[in-house]
Design a protein around this ligand. Structure first.
Ligand SMILES: Cc1cc2nc3c(=O)[nH]c(=O)nc-3n(C[C@H](O)[C@H](O)[C@H](O)COP(=O)(O)O)c2cc1C
Length: 180
């Protein structure tokens, strides 16, 4: 498969996950390729928290107090859908230039991971729900002061026949100018 066809074919998998366990070995294999993302100063500003399938129920219970009582059932149902989670955490450099470089590098790593996962038939959606910024969630997840959750990835195998349709993209020509 060409890189172009993987980039074009990858879709965010937001539901319809199979209950099959997501092997930690696979996640590490994907991450060990994904870490070849460009990162300035080779700071490798990321770390990873994996919630394996067998720990999912405990994770959901521990996360419930993060949400107001009237939202907990909805959140429990949402967290129950994926088979596992991978949280990508970045060290926040206090200098703006380095922060931007590190955030960009971590985002590049996440896209590498999504493409590599796609090649292996593992569905991923990159989530940026408000809990990514919530100190209560940070406490549960062990996210330290000076760290930021960049990607809360929902993971699970899925039926390829149910791959969502791609939303059309605007041709680059329409957003392209030439310096005169
Ligand atoms: C930085 C980022 C944050 C995202 N956050 C969410 C999210 O919170 N919830 C969600 O359902 N999808 C989220 N997505 C997935 C996008 O909705 C998805 O990429 C978009 O709909 C295009 O679909 P595709 O990835 O299948 O091409 C996010 C994607 C990116 C890159």
């Amino acid at each position: 498969m060409s890189i172009a066809s993987i980039i074009r074919g990858r879709r965010s998998i937001k539901n319809g996950y199979k209950p099959d366990a997501v092997p930690e070995k696979l996640i590490l294999e994907l991450l060990n390729d994904a870490v070849y993302a460009p990162n300035h100063g080779l700071r490798e500003p990321w770390r990873f928290l994996f919630i394996p399938t067998e720990k999912k129920e405990e994770f959901i219970e521990r996360m419930m107090p993060v949400y107001p009582a009237d939202q907990q059932e909805k959140r429990r149902a949402l967290f129950s859908e994926p088979a596992a989670f991978l949280i990508v955490i970045m060290k926040e450099d206090p200098r703006q230039k380095q922060w931007e470089e590190d955030f960009s590098a971590t985002s590049a790593l996440i896209q590498n991971f999504q493409l590599l996962a796609w090649e292996k038939g593992l569905g991923v959606v990159w989530k940026t729900n408000p809990h990514n910024l919530d100190p209560k969630a940070h406490k549960v997840l062990g996210v330290q002061p000076g760290e930021k959750i960049v990607g809360f990835l929902h993971l699970g195998f899925f039926d390829p026949d149910k791959t969502p349709q791609a939303a059309p993209r605007t041709p680059a020509e329409e957003k392209f100018t030439r310096f005169e």
